[in-house]
Design a protein around this ligand. Structure first.
Ligand SMILES: NC(=O)c1ccc[n+]([C@@H]2O[C@H](COP(=O)([O-])OP(=O)(O)OC[C@H]3O[C@@H](n4cnc5c(N)ncnc54)[C@H](O)[C@@H]3O)[C@@H](O)[C@H]2O)c1
Length: 295
């Protein structure tokens, strides 16, 4: 089972990052979006990374032209038909992912490997509605943000994933220069099972006025050696994504530590989603983090 062409559904924060690393590793990439403005934003996000790499002398314009020549953006499901691996990276909403998997099942060749980049939803629940012939070719492929910089990928092997599928994914992850770990098909897998309650606790502490946003983040950054504080990290991930992940994990485990704090829900309802919307716990100007927002 050799993989050379990759399809990506959803070219947002994660999909664009996955497309970028796959192109840089020599794969053909087709990215499917929901409408033209979203597709343009996704492609511009990738181009902005390449412009920075050229400005820093890490890449040449010729290399970038070579990457771009292997990239196709589309709004059509059928454009994914010839891909050997398709990675779904639409928002963390069960109904949307189920619909996406149904569409993909209809348009992909029977032996295409079909994966989700979900942060928390059980892969088995996503594939339950698909025909049994598809099941061996499915798994989870969970990247970390920002994709070009983070070396880990969790491969989620369900009881239905075939050994060939897992092996093909391990080879794919190695070819893009990342380290795979095998994770169980349990909500949140390995990393988010530990990380999400920590982030939610930090938001609860902020809600209870334990400390200011800046002091809370400085505490964990300087006191524990974290690369960024948990509220900064929340803005980076996207507060809507965290709220959706919390909902899935709370429903799965029923433990209060997985419950989304009211402050998180309020910020999401107000459209303050973190870096991607220009404000969350901090104000943002593009990728530049500015001062904390008064809460
Ligand atoms: N943000 C993170 O730090 C992070 C980390 C790991 C995994 N994830 C997971 O990755 C997935 C995507 O998260 P994100 O942060 O990239 O979200 P995002 O909102 O930045 O991007 C999602 C993209 O999907 C597109 N989309 C929606 N419906 C679509 C459809 N039917 N067809 C094609 N495109 C469609 C949207 O237009 C959007 O561009 C989620 O499952 C999330 O849990 C996120």
């Amino acid at each position: 089972m050799e993989i050379n062409s990759i399809g990506i559904v959803g070219c947002g924060l994660m999909g664009a990052g996955i497309a970028q690393v796959a192109l840089e590793a020599g794969f053909e990439v087709t990215a499917k979006e929901i409408d033209q403005p979203s597709l343009d934003r996704g492609l511009a996000r990738i181009q902005a990374q390449w412009d920075k790499a050229v400005a820093k002398g890490k890449r040449t314009p010729d290399e970038i032209a070579g990457f771009r020549a292997r990239m196709q953006g589309t709004l059509q499901w059928t454009a994914l038909a010839d891909c050997e691996l398709v990675i779904e990276a639409v928002p963390e909403l069960l109904e949307l992912k189920l619909r996406t998997f149904k569409e993909l099942d209809r348009c992909l060749a029977p032996s295409t490997v079909l994966c989700s980049n979900t942060s928390s939803i059980s892969i088995t629940s996503l594939i339950a509605g698909l025909g049994p012939d598809r099941h061996p070719f499915t798994a989870g492929l969970h990247f970390f943000n920002p994709v070009p910089a983070m070396p880990l990928v969790e491969i989620i092997r369900t009881v239905l994933s075939s050994a060939d599928t897992v092996q093909a994914l391990q080879a794919f992850v190695a070819r893009i220069g990342k380290t795979p770990v095998l994770a169980p098909d349990s909500p949140g897998f390995i990393v988010n099972r530990l990380l999400v309650p920590f982030i939610l606790d930090a938001i609860r502490c902020r809600e209870q006025q334990l400390a200011t946003t800046a002091d809370l983040d400085a505490g964990m950054k300087l006191g524990c050696g974290h690369p960024m504080g948990p509220l900064h990290l929340s803005d980076f991930i996207g507060l809507d994504t965290i709220a959706n992940v919390a909902e899935v994990m709370f429903e799965a485990f029923g433990e209060p530590r997985f419950k989304a704090p009211s402050l998180l829900k309020q910020l999401v309802a107000a459209g303050r989603l973190g870096r991607k919307s220009g404000s969350g716990f901090y104000r943002w100007e593009g990728e530049l983090r500015l001062e904390p927002v008064a809460l």
